[in-house]
Design a protein around this ligand. Structure first.
Ligand SMILES: [Zn+2]
Length: 128
């Protein structure tokens, strides 16, 4: 089961595979379409391919990677991380206050976010 949110496909196991597969397929289709349209005889010039990669393909593939990396590493503005850095007194979740606020807690377990999880994923809680 997956859901698309802000252009990012989230699957219930947070593997990101489907999101990456879709982005790579779109990039390949774009290159083929441009090649057919503008590079009929010899293909696209290297400068054009580079421009397409830098301006269109790379931003599409890396979109939300900062968020994803932060969630995987726990180095976000989550309270547990801020507590470990000595910036907050308590690592407890700002929504439910029951457990430490980690990416796993927010994505899978927080009771305060269960209805939101159900609205998008048809699941109240996820297996981490
Ligand atoms: Zn919580």
């Amino acid at each position: 089961m997956s859901v698309k949110y802000l252009g990012v496909i989230l699957d219930s196991r947070l593997t990101w595979r489907e999101n990456l597969d879709v982005k790579v397929r779109k990039a390949q289709n774009l290159l083929w379409a441009c090649g057919r349209a503008y590079g009929v005889a010899w293909g696209l010039r290297p400068r054009v391919v580079h421009w397409l990669y830098v301006s269109i393909i790379r931003p599409s593939v890396t979109f939300a990677s900062r968020v994803v990396t932060g969630l995987h590493t726990g180095h976000k503005t989550l309270r547990r991380h801020l507590h470990l850095l000595g910036l907050l007194d308590s690592p407890l979740c700002r929504r439910c206050g029951a457990e430490e606020e980690t990416s796993g807690h927010i994505l899978c377990e927080c009771e305060a976010l269960a209805s939101l999880r159900y609205a998008y994923l048809d699941l109240f809680f996820l297996e981490p």
